[in-house]
Design a protein around this ligand. Structure first.
Ligand SMILES: [Zn+2]
Length: 656
């Protein structure tokens, strides 16, 4: 049913779960119970299988007909990539299948199970920050990141997007910590022991990966009728974020106008401490976002548009498994760019530039995987690997391109907008695969245009090539994202390289309000890096100040190029731009390329040193990725060197 989950949700499926837990910052652990309600889908099912990872499970119980919980026998299975499975036997030891604690396990029947557990240090989802790692440095902080398969390390459950459940939570924590979750909140209860219990309820069914929790010194600030921001208080955080996100209500209104009614009630963005490994995470009611989207010039606020659009595609209509992830991401990118186009009326190229840049990033990933690799397709075959391994631009940009292609086959763009609205309304609260999308598209087009016209359209669509192959460049599908402004900025880069001197119009770069054009310039430099020299890099940097640009999208391109070109000013030493860049934020998209290039270009020593300096700051997922980069490609000799260095650091012989 879902190759990334051990659960038997096809036989007995969770309909609701309730967390009753305590957050203990001294032990860095969340402990308590998860009480799950299941519906039996298959007569005589003999066990419930749950996913878990990084948890110590101490007791498993099933409720009998008398309403009392009885401990049940269990079995566990461990897997390196996907975590563990625990089986709760619904049979007694004599294998009496039909009546267990007087409970009949027949189709339609409810079963309630309660698991007592505590999270341990191996939990992949929970990031525990020390006071020093936060902005206000007053209290510790924790946040979760459950997509794709890490909810199993917050609580034992059927961790698969193929089923959707409601959930509620009672979370107890020491005062004055504040808890937020991806659910409606009711008034907290003050306890007599210096703790407070926060209460949450999510009445709309969601897949497990949308469970989210943040605990820390955090506050809410309203922006519009339905919108608000949560973060640590103060002028370096909440005050600044509220200013940059002042148009949040407009973003929500415009997205709703383009799509269908917003079903979730409120919409809040929680801006996390800078170690959050992603740009944003679309937890319902409560998007989590990296502070790297707050650049000061509003240029990264499109991430908010993206997360808002997920309220329809992803959170309401959900992919059934991680091979179909493009149904979440491709649709959301497509919608995000439609809304961006409306919001950037004065910049007619805005959405096209996004698509153009997305295509470059897409092909970098395709080249990295190899064109024949299934990860380079819209349908990665995971074969038991973690879906984190196949996480790339593919579901986003290839998905967007496929939808752009389908749109191009319709009589008008409005027809395709109508199709998307109908697709959402027809699959509300469902988990689907691309086969359902295909069937719905075909029936929609047939009804709209008649069978003959529809057949003509279907004959053009090579689904197999689009879904299962890396495929072609967009131009070969007759979709073109190029623009005049793009060509102008590529020429600026060409002029630097061809003349080796400062072009007369270099100020165009400095003066542009559109950072996408700067990225186009840098992509061109990267594409022609064989013709660059370190001294030309130095000239460009003194003209355009690339090393210290506050927009992280610039550093993401410029700094790895600087390492490749051995332009040492940008990276050599702890006062360099690259060192600052990897130290103030831990977003994987930004830090990985720096470490990768250091390793590739003979500075594994620097990569190792910086990693050791910031490994307490980065998120566990980022650490796992960096370990692969820094250690996996090492030669035997380098590995020995690293092991010796690690030993020396542990013994206190090397100070970082
Ligand atoms: Zn997304």
């Amino acid at each position: 049913m879902d190759p990334s989950s051990f659960s038997n949700a096809d036989k007995i499926a969770t309909t609701n779960f309730q967390l009753d837990v305590t957050v203990d910052f001294d032990k860095s652990s969340i402990s308590g119970t998860n009480t799950l309600t299941f519906q039996v889908l298959f007569d005589g099912v003999t066990e419930i299988v749950l996913d878990y990872q990084g948890l110590d499970i101490s007791l498993c119980e099933v409720m009998g007909q008398d309403g009392k919980f009885n401990q049940v026998e269990t079995d566990t299975h461990f897997d390196n990539n996907l975590g563990s499975a625990i089986k709760l036997y619904l049979t007694d030891s004599n294998q009496q299948i039909k009546l267990i604690y007087n409970l009949e396990v027949i189709t339609g029947q409810s079963v309630v199970a309660r698991i007592t557990y505590a999270t341990n240090k191996d939990s992949q989802a929970i990031n525990w920050l020390t006071e020093e790692q936060t902005t206000t440095k007053k209290l510790k902080y924790l946040f979760t990141q459950c997509e794709p398969i890490h909810c199993r390390s917050v609580a034992p459950l059927q961790d698969t997007p193929s089923i959707k459940t409601t959930y509620s939570a009672n979370v107890r924590v020491k005062d004055p910590y504040v808890v937020k979750m991806s659910a409606e909140e009711t008034d907290p209860t003050k306890n007599t022991d210096g703790t407070t219990t926060y209460h949450f309820n999510q009445a709309i069914k969601i897949p497990s990966y949308l469970l989210a929790m943040a605990v820390g010194n955090i506050q809410y600030q309203k922006i519009g009728d339905r919108t608000g921001v949560i973060s640590e208080p103060g002028e370096n955080a909440l005050d600044k974020y509220v200013v940059e996100l002042k148009d949040l209500e407009t973003l929500l209104d415009e997205t709703e106008k383009w799509l269908t009614k917003y079903i979730w009630g409120k919409y809040t963005i929680l801006i996390l401490p800078a170690s959050f490994p992603f740009g944003g995470m679309e937890n319902p009611l409560l998007t989590f976002a990296s502070p790297t989207i707050i650049v000061g010039d509003g240029s990264q606020v499109y991430v908010a548009t993206h997360e808002i659009a997920h309220s329809w595609t992803g959170n309401d209509v959900t992919c059934r498994d991680w091979s179909n992830m493009w149904l979440n991401e491709g649709f959301t990118v497509f919608e995000e760019r439609k809304v961006s186009e409306i919001l950037h009326k004065d910049e007619p190229d805005f959405a096209l530039l996004e698509a153009q840049l997305g295509n470059v990033d897409l092909w970098v990933d395709i080249m990295n995987y190899g064109v024949d690799n299934s990860y380079s397709s819209l349908y990665p075959q995971l074969n038991g690997h973690s879906p984190d391994d196949s996480f790339s631009e593919l579901p986003y940009e290839k998905g967007f391109q496929f939808l752009t292609y389908l749109e191009s086959l319709m009589k008008t763009k409005d027809d395709f907008q109508d199709f998307i609205r109908a697709y959402i309304l027809n699959h509300q609260q469902q988990s689907i695969t691309y086969l359902e999308l295909k069937a719905f598209f075909e029936s929609y087009v047939t009804t709209k245009y008649g069978a003959a016209t529809a057949q003509g359209i279907f004959a053009k669509i090579d689904w197999d090539s689009w879904i299962n192959k890396a495929g072609k460049n967009p131009k070969e599908w007759n979709i073109d994202f190029t623009t005049d402004s793009q060509r102008k900025f590529e020429k600026l880069a060409d002029d630097y390289i061809d003349t080796g001197a400062r072009p007369a119009n270099y100020k165009d770069y400095v003066d542009t309000k559109d950072p996408q054009l700067k990225v186009i310039f840098l992509n061109r430099l990267t594409a022609r890096q064989n013709e660059l020299t370190s001294s030309l890099m130095s000239l460009i940097d003194s003209d355009l100040n690339c090393t210290w640009d506050k927009n992280p999208e610039i550093g993401q391109r410029w700094l790895p190029l600087a390492i490749t070109m051995k332009y040492e000013y940008a990276y050599n030493g702890d006062d360099s731009g690259a060192h600052y860049y990897i130290s103030w934020q831990g977003r994987m998209k930004y830090i990985n390329p720096i470490y990768q290039q250091l390793v590739r270009y003979g500075r594994r020593d620097l990569a190792y040193k910086w990693f050791k300096q910031y490994q307490n700051f980065y998120h566990p997922l980022a650490i796992a990725g960096l370990k692969k980069i820094i250690f996996a490609s090492a030669t035997e000799e380098e590995n020995l060197m690293l092991q010796r260095a690690e030993k020396a650091v542990n013994l206190g012989l090397i100070k970082l």
